[in-house]
Design a protein around this ligand. Sequence first.
Ligand code: ADA
Length: 548
Amino acid sequence: MISLNGFWDFGFSGELEEYPGADKVKFTTSLPVPGCFDVEPRFKLRRGVGVYRTRVVTGGPVTLTFDGLGPKAEFFWDGRSIGRCDLPFSREVLRFDAGAEGEHTLIVAVDNRADDAHDSLFPGFYDFYRHGGIYRPVSICRTPDWEIGYVKIIPRDIVRGIADVTVELAGAFPQEVEANFSFDGRTPEVRRISGGRGTFSLTVPDFRLWSCETPHLHRLAVSAGGKVCEKTFGMRTVEAADGRLLVNGKPVKLLGYNRHDCHPDFGFAVPEALVKRDLELIKAQGCNFIRGCHYPQSETVLDWCDRLGLFVWEESMGWGNGELDLTNETFRARQHEQTRRMARKSVNHPCVILEGFMNELRSDLEPGRTLVRELAAILKEEDGSRPVTFACNIPFKDISMPEVDVLSFNIYPGWYANPQMSDVQQFDAEGLETALRKYETLLERPEFKDKPFIISEIGGAALPGWHGDVRWTEEYQAELACAVFEHVLAAERCSGLAIWMFCDTRSYNDYRIPARPRGFNNKGLMDEYRRPKLAWNAVTKLLKKAGK
Ligand code: ADA
């Protein structure tokens, strides 16, 4: 496996012309991969086709892997198109014949031009900037005749330390092969794999539980016929039962933030060291949870949450999708595919305790409910060991929540107008409490009684450095955030909170996404460069006092 990360030649084909084809582009500079071209000073926030080029020495059948890019792309090998990407943030695996041994040219044409088609997974009206680039690592290898293509480890019994291990072989694999399963470098257990697939219940020797407090990780090396595949995993269980979220059989309260994996200087290609720092800040504050909004997460995020002990809600892409998207066959097929790929990619990460999709879809419509049912079924089929949810912003009108395991509300009392609080300029603690209680009456419905409940978004904006006691000031935001944390800490029926949001994130400020001064969603408790606002410090104090 060769990493193709590094500097690639780059040429920009402007926004007005038709895309001329990769071979007609002038390569004027070099840019880093992973990276987003529209954060570079020369191309800042420009729309067009960014063309990346590199040279690769190889030959014969190869497997080229992109861990995530977007919003759209086409791939060319020696000038010939070898595939497209319409699933932003998803892993793309291309298998093709690279031709004769020697030097070859790989071109990736990344398209961030306006695209509001109803089949698009990343149209321009979402409330987070549509950066163009190769967001995540790229690698290539010579395709072996066959390989251990997939290993899924599902902890089943955390008293005796038993995990169900599924192995799938890929390529021209032998019909019968002996496989060795070695945990943490110990003497292997031997099983036979017939027909390229098998599931085995195996005991993890001297296992230790994974939890937020003790994030112990184990390794499993599977080897068969000279091939090896190694995975890291954790022993822990997650259940939604009796209205509670249980991790390792014990009720947990999730406390944390929505986090966009984004930075003004790097777009969606946030360097590993910065990702690590973000997550450490959240953990050090006394929180235990992030909602990775609103797309499949990078391996960097998930690896670090595994190690640090932070719970993660991971979700496939969606943002307020309405009827025209929900009834578009291509859109639905892309949702299915992205959700399936996400589940398979993340299955062994113990940090992922909730799987979701379709943030704030029109869950009051029949096509919305059908899609929720289909996506939940895909997650159950691929994984089945984690509760499934989606963030609902219309809980009183919704018809889709009965299809999932956990109820998650995106609600904004104290910010967006609502019956209790429209026109209120100063923070009204009583109004907030009344509004929250009203939402919680929904939990008494018989079909919801046994489902855990989470506040998946809540918050208000503060312009960094803007002071006073009315909306948009740091003081107002701090009062709101503290009141919400206090409410959730005291509310028995509430299994979690993800404040909207960790830090300010680039968006737009136009007719479709108005009230985004500076072009940012300003509801971060930190600004976009991770400088704390008053609310961050106030919440830190509050959590410390609460013993977190
Ligand atoms: C929604 C949405 C977020 C963000 C938020 C806001 O609930 O899910 O992405 O746009 O509202 O700031 O209004």
